[in-house]
Design a protein around this ligand. Sequence first.
Ligand code: NAP
Length: 265
Amino acid sequence: MSINIIVAGPRGKMGHEAVQMITKEESFRLLACLDHKYDGYKLSDLDDFSNDLQIPIYTDIETCLNEHQADVFVDLTTPEVGYKHTKIALQHKVRPVVGTTGFTDEQLIELNELAKKQKRGCIIAPNFAIGAVLMMKFSKMAAEYFPNVEILEKHHDQKLDAPSGTAKKTAELIKEVRESKKQGHPNEEETIPGARGADMDGMRVHSMRLPGLVAHQEVIFGGAGQTLTIRHDSMNRASFMDGIKECVHRVMELEELIYGLENLL
Ligand code: NAP
């Protein structure tokens, strides 16, 4: 039996890739898309989509959810919009799979309570790349032996937040096993402010932004006479699609909110 899906943000970089993946997947059926433009159009009317994609576009989420019996709502939009969509999808008892980043802790708590009340699964995953999740897990393992660590994350120059959610999450996981300590020379001095990067519990986090990059991270551990580098590279947005696919299947079995793909793998 197919899983019936609605995608919000189909013209975006992630949304476009997700539409391609969903329409190729035999067990998925794309019912409709939600955008803030092109109400009443079909995806096939837009330049970037093929003629056979006769998928209706809605600008009003309530109309879209009332007219289509969806199982899963995939959101790849912007933080405020994504939060609103997730809440309304849950109110309609449709299971959200959310890639949109930037939700606040308060919003996550509220959505968690709503998912429980509605007895519907909801997955919010700031990084759908399975390799990135493994990088975080391996980094936590390595930190038990190497407490001196710096994180270097590199992203395209359109990214708004720094450091990335993945870098912050990596530092949080390392923090669970690493005793808090300030790294580097006790008397070190920055002759240019920011030269040593952000300080997270004594670990240093560096953010690089350049055109041409997608999403990359190195976690570099240093010990006596050796270094260990754990590195992940997303070369393009196809790297996130296996994670979305997995979440669409897994959300069907859940009755609560799961935050982070690492809690599913
Ligand atoms: P993007 O290219 O800017 O796409 C966002 C899309 O959402 C745009 O097409 C935008 O339309 C549309 N949009 C804005 N308001 C909307 C509304 N009210 N209803 C429906 N659509 C609306 O961004 P992206 O790179 O695809 O990223 C999308 C989100 O995913 C971001 O939050 C990003 O941080 C996150 N992300 C997550 C992962 C992950 O693995 N979880 C990976 C990469 C990115 P306009 O262009 O007309 O405004």
